[in-house]
Design a protein around this ligand. Sequence first.
Ligand code: HEC
Ligand SMILES: [Cu+2]
Length: 481
Amino acid sequence: MRTRSYISILTIFLVLTLNSCTTNSERRIIDPETEVKGQVRAELTDAPHVPPHIPNKSNTKVIVELEVIERQMRLADGVDYTFWTFGGHVPGKFIRVRHGDWIEFHLHNHPDNMLPHNIDLHAVNGPGGGAEASLIVPGKSAQFSFRALHPGLYVYHCATAPVGMHIANGMYGLILVEPLEGLPPVDHEFYVMQGEFYTSGGYGERGHQDFDMQKAIDERPDYVVMNGSVGAASGENAMVVQVGETVRLFVGNGGPSLISSFHAIGEIFDKVYVEGGSLINKDVQTTLIPAGGAAIVEFKVDVPGTLHLVDHSIFRAFNKGALAQIKVVGDENHLVYTGKEKEEVYLPEGSAIQRIEKEKPEPAGPIIELSLQERMEAGERLYKSNCMACHMDHGRGITGTFPPLINSDYLQARTDKGIGIVLDGLRGEITVNGVKYNNIMPAVSLSDDKVASILTYIHNEFDNGGGLVNAADVKACRDKH
Ligand code: HEC
Ligand SMILES: [Cu+2]
């Protein structure tokens, strides 16, 4: 019988492969019989710091003391949140042990806390990763021990019901089980961990925000952040390195729900320890980090500038906070990257200012005028779909490229309220609020009514002296051409 012989061949094959997998060298697990010698207290650190490399020893007893603290902290400028933390910050303290170590874990639940908590470490072989053994009410401590059988970078998190809520409030961190041979030396090691927050108010809504269970169930976070808050690792909190140095990032994703497409804008990962395990991939642009997973990435920085570490599901990075930065300082290397060599206006021969053809010109007929409020409402929508791509949200502009529309002295000085600019476009050098621009704004083909609404919106919403622009004003200007 043909099928049967196939099956028996398959069975033999499976038995062989399974057997070969159980040898320790293949599975890289430590023999738990190996004797444990000596004892140390683990040094724990807050992100973006990582405890120092452990000198060459393993099979040591390592005592870890971790305290759960519930506290109100900044989530974004003007926004507060009551975080539940492992050690006082989000993400929780970084724990570094050695493959083969015996970890005596003490979890303390601070007496000022409101709720019971526990810990599930993905580095544990045992029920709940320690969750059952560590469940404690406020004012209590629990102790359990485990052998670090597998090397790798592991997530830990709270697993007290409702589990999703404990994680969503910030209860996650990383534990590194460093391989016996140690990780190769690098100039810098940093700790970066992504996580989402589901708040009662939308992104940026000021004041203290509560957790929103429905948004969490729907997986619709308002915030996706690196290291616990918007800006925790960017701007003046950016990590700083020198040109020519090597960097290792221990990257975790606490979730609770989203998968991170982890990417460094302006850098390629020389090495990625895929999913934080022992498989090494090379020359990687973006690595996927599952919820409750991790990755180790390594790279050498070649030129100065700012690297943006993002979740490449890119609205999360630029609209929800999933961004961290590494400032690279040092000398340029024009053999690797030149920077902008020149910029000039590009106009194919004989062409005039481009038109953005959106719609047919309005058929002549009675002009219907709207109230200020109606123009403002229509104007906001029209601004977002026709102007915001260049002039940015709230008319911020991009310095040197797209002039701002907020409180623009250039716009306010015009007698036509800017109608001519929208109808005809604009080119040549102009100065807006002291900054020179020499670029091209395309003419936008919109009806008189729509132009009136957009300009009314810009004059009122962006502090340009207010007033109402009527469709008749736009028509009069168009007729003069
Ligand atoms: C494709 C990009 C682009 C779009 C879309 C665009 N603009 Fe502009 N806009 C520019 C550029 C570039 C300039 C500066 C032109 C120059 O350097 O001469 C400018 C200049 C202006 C100015 C004068 C400078 C200032 O800051 O006051 C106004 C007003 C203006 N735009 C309004 C609008 C409005 C309203 C819309 C939407 C209907 C719009 N723009 C859409 C690129 C754009
Ligand atoms: Cu908890």
